[in-house]
Design a protein around this ligand. Structure first.
Ligand SMILES: Nc1ncnc2c1ncn2[C@@H]1O[C@H](COP(=O)(O)OP(=O)(O)OP(=O)(O)O)[C@@H](O)[C@H]1O
Length: 248
């Protein structure tokens, strides 16, 4: 579904990603771990095609097509969607107006808005004055309305209170279980995703397949998400760097 091959990316004149290789099979949910500043968000922003993320080398293959040079809207049309860590304020754009444009099924979107307590935000400018948790719920509502085949989730649980994490996790899981619109057999297991998490809390609600650890803009290793999370909690990321050095 998604193949990232030898991806090197510059942001603000600095090489942040260095030869990243990462794959997500159709119907799989993969996880991206890594310390602060490792380049995780830069990777997701590059995958979505935002400006300012300059691909120096490598390629991004999505649904079998090279999308490295496609625009954000072309990638969105192909079925890629993102829940950003820090989305911008959209002054003058009401949440309801955006949902009207992007929602595949407005009635279903309104039902979801009701269940995640976002109906009262419909007439507000997007993200303006929203709390951290409200931004996450608004992002999730927009992503659900778009109903993409591939979800890029950047720390979906950060800033969400403990009591609301279950609602967020189960809502993401329901979205992932919906049919993928790709033709053919390979997508019959639902949608695909790449999820960044520090705490791993959201993983309690998702079926995950593989985790990658990114340090200093490079993939250090990959493996079982639960086992990797336990190791990171016990040993931190220093061990990953030592382990990688031993391979060289
Ligand atoms: N627009 C930008 N201009 C300059 N540097 C940037 C820009 N965006 C990101 N960076 C730098 O790229 C590096 C990676 O940032 P990124 O946000 O991807 O980290 P991260 O792994 O997501 O970290 P965290 O876990 O703290 O969110 C950081 O050093 C950051 O300062």
């Amino acid at each position: 579904m998604l193949e990232i091959n030898n991806l090197t990316v510059e942001v603000g004149g600095r090489r942040v990603l260095k030869g990243v290789d990462l794959h997500v099979e159709a119907g799989h949910t993969n996880v991206l771990f890594g310390p602060n500043g490792a380049g995780k968000s830069v990777l997701l922003m590059t995958l979505m095609g935002f400006s300012g993320y300059k691909v120096i080398e490598g390629e991004i293959i999505f649904k079998g097509e090279d999308i490295t040079n496609l625009s954000v809207s072309q990638r969105a049309q192909m079925g890629m969607g993102i829940m950003s860590q820090r989305p911008p304020n959209l002054n003058g754009v009401k949440l309801h107006d955006l949902l009207d444009v992007i929602a595949e099924d407005l009635k279903e979107t309104e039902e979801l808005a009701e269940s995640v307590g976002m109906m009262n935000f419909f007439e507000r400018d997007i993200n303006v004055g929203f709390s951290g948790g409200e931004i996450k719920r608004s992002e999730l509502l927009q992503l659900s309305a778009q109903n993409p085949d591939f979800l890029l989730l950047d720390e979906p649980e950060s800033g969400v209170d403990l009591a609301s994490i279950e609602l967020l996790g189960t809502t993401i899981n329901k979205l992932l279980k919906k049919d993928c619109k790709c033709p053919g057999e390979r997508c019959k297991h639902g949608k695909s995703a790449l999820v960044i998490t520090h705490t791993g809390q959201v993983l309690d609600y998702l079926e995950t397949d593989r985790a990658y650890i990114l340090c200093n803009g490079t993939v250090m290793c990959s493996g079982n998400p639960r086992e990797m999370l336990t190791e990171i909690k016990e040993q931190g990321y220093e061990e990953c760097i030592k382990c990688k050095l031993m391979e060289i």
